[in-house]
Write a protein that binds this ligand. Sequence first.
Ligand SMILES: [Zn+2]
Length: 190
Amino acid sequence: MTTHSHPGSLIVVHGSMFAGKTEYLIARLRQAALHGQRVKAFKHAIDNRYDPTHLVTHTQDRFDAIPVPDADAVLTQAGDAEVIAIDEGQFFRNELVPIVEKLLDRGVTVLVAGISHDAWGRPFEPMPRLIAMADEVVPRESPCRVCGEPSPYTQRMTPVNTLHMVGGLDDYEPRCRAHFTPLPGPPEKR
Ligand SMILES: [Zn+2]
């Protein structure tokens, strides 16, 4: 699939909310650590829903993570890590793309998890760009809360008052195409 010549490899985990993306990241990090690789996980500082210094799943499993204010900080704090995981990639916006490229050029294995569609149902950058660069794409979909079909969309259930899709169990639901209703009004300026 890949046409680039990076020595590292990029694994992108994408899908709706509550689809087990963070669980998948943690499993891959633990597996790499078991094989003696130096691993590091990053999360955006805006994502402080459960715990600012850990990746935390919706079932409360956790893994040490470094909170960073932007994508540049991932690069400056990457150190000698051989495997780097970045959770909620959509929070970093398109600035994440050149940072991932630099890590790949260094030979790092990069894992990025993120939401594939925003609350308007549009592709959620930078995930589509990262998918296009990826050596391995891992789609994760959780069952639609209405009908149980696989759901690529994430339905906003409460009023939007931030610029980001930061939310907990009550704010969003996974929905299939038939049961997804985009947020009303024009998309927020992002
Ligand atoms: Zn449905």
